[in-house]
Design a protein around this ligand. Structure first.
Ligand code: F0G
Length: 464
């Protein structure tokens, strides 16, 4: 299989290839990021995306049941018997007319891709099943990640469910919501809380993995991104194989943005789609490196030679001033995204734009998404808040068909949600006010009533 599938440096001027089994996840020549690359001419490729519909009749086959592996011809790096699946990717792409009205889109033109339905409650399971599959091919026994919470929850669940590896997770202290921390602890991961933030943890986990030979499952691992491509395949499937005009996604470590770009680029290359969607990546305003570099400093992929001087001096300035990411959307509280070059490439291929959105905007959008029937965590709502901005700016038209990716479930971070809807001003101030949130315009406050039947009846008649 090795000559059909390998890893390749993403920079065209380098293009160094690395064995499929290599687990260093860096180009040995230029230290660049790696892609999983395929010799598509010698692999069996379906003639049309409709081919995948035949898998629906085969729900008892674990690989056809998985929303990742039913597309395995489009990520063919593993033999079937090595695939490690726990039934991930049974997610929903829902038409969302009330949210469409909120953002200024026309009815029928907005869909929400709800990745909170995965086994660990976030999109990470799409990538984790692929990383575990690669890990099973190379015989790994321990796996590590740095995480703002969802990668670690996913890793912990896959380790517990498969009993294949021991999970070692690095988290920044005080930086992870309880929903996610509880998953890591409950599922038995060795949890290392370091005095620092995600950016520090990611640096350390790479050093430790190298030193101890532990398999790394952060999205620097290109196999993770192969799994995350399938989020786009499921969107196409839900839209009856019609490509939407825009995909909108929150940006943190930029794994999704990179994976989505690769997914569409490959589909086009294989002749399975005839148009490309555009991509909008939404940063939190308190963690906006990608927005700053792309939109304020005009950094571009530039055929694999982005302006590294600008990037390096931007990063150095952050180091010199000890500038730290700071947002309530803790999942994307990241200032040094590892997949930056891949995401620049995705933006170029998909005619992408980047925007930033405040915590206030995210929480308001989140409440509207929830009121429409899908619960997500603050970071996920960046996609809808960003879409609202892009429609107001006239970049996206109300007539265009848009899919926003909701990356994780509401229950991941109940603290922010309860504080938003609370009528207790102290709670609001402690959780949200201190971080710059001023209003809860769409709060659904609990009604306080005495323990008295007629008062209860009166309250219901008044409010419902
Ligand atoms: N949304 C959620 C809910 C996330 O957990 C993350 C990333 C993102 C968006 C950003 O995705 O990195 O592909 O741009 N969470 C990582 C973690 C960093 O450790 O769980 P990205």
């Amino acid at each position: 299989m090795t000559d059909l599938v390998y890893q390749r440096c993403i920079h065209p001027y380098c293009g160094t290839t690395v064995e499929l089994s290599d687990t260093s996840f860096h180009c040995p020549k230029c230290d660049g990021l790696l892609d999983v690359a395929y010799d598509w001419n010698r692999l069996p490729i379906p003639k049309s995306l409709k081919h995948f519909e035949s898998k629906w009749s085969n729900r008892t086959h674990p690989l056809d049941f998985s929303g990742v592996w039913r597309f395995r011809e489009l990520l063919p790096f593993a033999p079937d018997h090595k695939i490690m699946t726990i039934g991930e990717g049974q997610t929903l792409c829902q038409r969302a007319d009330t949210v469409a009205q909120f953002v200024g889109s026309k009815p029928g033109n907005l869909h929400l891709q709800y990745e909170g339905m995965n086994p660990s409650g976030s999109f990470k399971d799409n990538g984790m099943t692929a990383a575990f599959t690669h890990a099973s091919m190379v015989g790994a026994r321990r796996a590590a990640c740095a995480s703002t919470g969802n990668t670690s929850a996913s890793l912990a669940i896959y380790c517990a469910a498969t009993d294949m590896m021991r999970a070692v997770i690095f988290i920044g202290s005080g930086k992870i919501s309880y929903g996610k921390l509880s998953q890591a602890l409950e599922h038995g991961a060795l949890t290392i809380q370091i005095a620092g933030d995600f950016d520090d943890a990611l640096r350390r986990v790479q050093e430790v993995s190298k030193q101890l030979g532990i398999y790394l499952v952060n999205s620097i691992n290109p196999f993770r991104l192969e799994g995350q491509k399938t989020i786009m395949f499921r969107i196409l499937e839900a839209l009856r194989w019609e490509v939407p005009d825009w995909i909108v996604v929150p940006g943190g470590n930029l794994g999704n943005s990179s994976a989505f770009g690769k997914a569409f680029f490959e589909l086009k290359e294989l002749g399975l789609i005839d148009k490309m969607p555009r991509l909008a990546v939404i940063n939190a305003a308190g963690a906006n490196t990608f927005y700053q570099l792309c939109e304020k400093h005009s950094v571009r992929w530039n055929a694999g030679e982005p302006n590294n001087d600008i990037i390096d001096s931007y990063m150095k300035k952050m180091d010199d001033t000890n500038s730290r990411a700071d947002t309530l959307a803790s999942a994307i509280e990241i200032n040094r995204p590892v997949n930056l070059p891949k995401a620049l490439r995705a933006l170029e291929r998909l005619g992408g734009v980047v925007r930033e959105t405040t915590d206030q905007e995210m929480l308001d959008a989140k409440a509207k998404i929830g009121a429409g029937g899908l619960g997500c965590e603050p970071a996920s709502a960046a996609s809808v808040a960003g879409l609202q901005k892009l429609i107001r700016e006239g970049v996206i038209s109300p007539d265009e068909r848009v899919v926003c990716v909701l990356t994780a479930h509401l229950l991941k971070d109940p603290t922010a949600t309860v504080a938003y809807h609370s009528s207790d001003p102290k709670m609001f101030e402690d959780v949200l006010g201190k971080r710059g949130v001023k209003r809860a315009s769409f709060a659904n406050r609990a009604v306080q009533v005495p323990n008295d039947l007629s008062e209860i009846v009166k309250a219901i008649e008044l409010y419902a």
